[in-house]
Write a protein that binds this ligand. Structure first.
Ligand code: ZN
Length: 157
């Protein structure tokens, strides 16, 4: 899945045979894409507490400025995502919101790389640059004995 500020979320069941790559931007996040995908993994045989989740680079809450209306809408849906930017304006923290949704869905193994696309020049940011490339999130199903390992590449256009 390709992103540049939206949040890339990779998921793998404990045995590595069931995986998902989720493009969790604001709209998808507010449409509950995260619990929907966890439910799909569980329906496919994964146990929630065996799922490993990786949150890749995305725009952070300190940089993701939105209107007061948008923040209020997001906060009403998922209080954990409401924040204030470094400029003192309304913001949305996608990673915090996605983490809260994962935890509520019973996912316990959550890795967050804590990298902000807007702040870090080696990452693509649509909001910063307008015309830009995309980060690619890739997760591969692997045989039962070898758990899937999400990985990140920031150099794919
Ligand atoms: Zn940031």
């Amino acid at each position: 899945m390709l992103v540049a500020d939206c949040l890339p979320l990779l998921l793998a069941g404990a045995d590595g045979t069931v995986v998902a790559a989720v493009h969790a931007g604001r709209r998808g996040f507010l449409a509950d894409i995260v619990p929907a995908v966890v439910a799909a993994l569980v329906a496919a045989g994964a146990e929630p507490d065996g799922i490993h989740a990786a949150i890749g680079p995305s725009i952070c809450g300190a940089c993701y400025e939105v209107s007061a209306e948008l923040r209020a809408e997001a906060a009403a849906h998922e209080p954990a995502c409401a924040c204030t930017t470094r400029w003192g304006t309304p913001g949305i923290n996608l990673a915090a919101g996605v983490t809260a949704q994962l935890e509520r869905a019973g996912v316990r193994h959550i890795l967050d790389v804590h990298r902000c696309t807007y702040e870090q020049p080696d990452l693509y940011s649509y909001r910063r640059d307008g015309v830009t490339g995309r980060q690619a999130g890739i997760v591969l199903p692997t045989p039962v004995s070898k758990p899937a390992r999400p990985c990140w590449r920031a150099d794919i256009r």
